[in-house]
Design a protein around this ligand. Structure first.
Ligand code: BYC
Length: 312
């Protein structure tokens, strides 16, 4: 089949809401954009383990520790699904990790903020996982099959993560005066960075137009951000916590008007100048280098097993 015919078939599938699969023909730009988005998502899942990992030894009870450990392990699993989905596009895991280490690939801005207290762990689950779900529910309908299927599995686990966070923040908000103050402080610091997770406004989002046409992205950055705000503000009210936005206003249609996001801060963080960028990347590079022997051993074991299978 010539290329024009293949492209026609590609668009027919997109229009019919059929998934594009790894062996299907796809435009080079579509493939590249998918690699960019999926790999950055994978990096976010894995880097996101760091701020939470710091709290395993300080969890206030055995139950809290077990739940947190399970959540962090889930994030590693999400990274695994996403790196695997990305590899089906013809790029190796090594290349993706190299791009992260050379800062050619990004990861979510939110993980460049410190997680300073147990209330922050609650706020991360409530707000960060809450924002992630809003985004990822819509990505379940993304046009690339392996990405879409990874999203379905990830969303199931994210909703448990969000509840884990909401449980902690509820306990803190209903605890002693000091605990309540910690919960409010966590919300004050993490509210605006959570809104930044959805990316720049639609008018300043260079990748959106193409991604929406290809149905890689299904809903816009602004729409998803608004959905998150509308869902989260009433939750804060139930907790008796106040959203740190003096311009927040309930409108007649039930949605909330909100104040101006500090986009300068967003771009500073994305460009590597956030409070924890250096710490996060240095830690990843160190862990990757120290884990080289594990990867070598796993490959050697795999090779010896396949030789045994061939011999048998
Ligand atoms: N942080 O044209 P735009 C999670 C970059 S949840 C850093 O709108 P796009 C987790 C963007 O990459 C978080 N960079 O881009 C939760 C682009 O730069 P490049 C991960 C950002 O791709 C809890 C430039 O800004 N979720 O993992 O159309 C626990 C212009 O933006 C950010 C996902 O990745 C940001 N917040 O839309 C553990 C979901 N926002 O690449 C883990 C999948 C934008 O051109 N990804 N940039 O150099 C998406 O839905 C989209 O990629 C985004 C951005 C909405 C994030």
């Amino acid at each position: 089949m010539d290329e024009a015919k293949q492209e026609e078939l590609f668009w027919k599938k997109i229009e019919a809401e059929e998934k594009i699969e790894p062996k299907d023909w796809m435009p080079e730009d579509y493939r590249k954009n998918l690699i960019r988005q999926i790999s950055q998502h994978a990096h976010s899942e894995v880097i996101g383990m760091q701020p939470e990992g710091n709290w395993i030894t300080r969890a206030p009870s055995l139950r809290a520790k077990k739940v947190l450990l399970a959540k962090i392990q889930d994030e590693a699993g999400h990274g695994l699904y996403l790196y695997s989905a990305c590899e089906t596009l013809g790029v190796s895991r090594d290349t993706l990790i190299e791009q992260l280490h050379q800062q050619k690939a990004k990861y979510s801005s939110i993980f460049n903020y410190p997680v300073l207290s147990w209330a922050d762990i609650g706020a991360v689950g409530w707000l960060v996982d809450g924002a992630a779900i809003v985004n990822q529910v819509s990505l379940q309908r993304t046009s690339y099959g392996p990405y879409s299927r990874a999203m379905v599995r990830i969303c199931k686990e994210e909703s448990f993560h969000q509840r884990q966070g909401y449980e902690i923040i509820t306990q803190m908000a209903n605890g002693t005066a000091e605990q309540r103050e910690m919960a409010q402080d966590a919300l004050n610091r993490l509210w605006w960075p959570s809104l930044m997770m959805f990316g720049p406004t639609d008018k300043d989002s260079p990748n959106s137009a193409k991604a929406m046409k290809w149905k890689i992205k299904r809903e816009s950055n602004d729409l998803l951000r608004q959905r998150f705000i509308d869902k989260t503000v009433p939750q804060a009210e139930i907790l008796g916590l106040s959203i740190p936005d003096p311009d927040l206003e309930l409108q007649a249609d039930g949605s909330y008007k909100f104040g101006e996001i500090n986009w300068q801060e967003f771009y500073d963080v994305v460009q590597g100048n956030g409070p924890c960028n250096k710490q996060r990347l240095d830690h990843h590079i160190k862990a990757h280098n120290e884990g080289a022997w594990v990867r070598e051993a796993a490959i050697a074991y795999g090779m010896s097993k396949s030789k045994e299978t061939i011999a048998a």
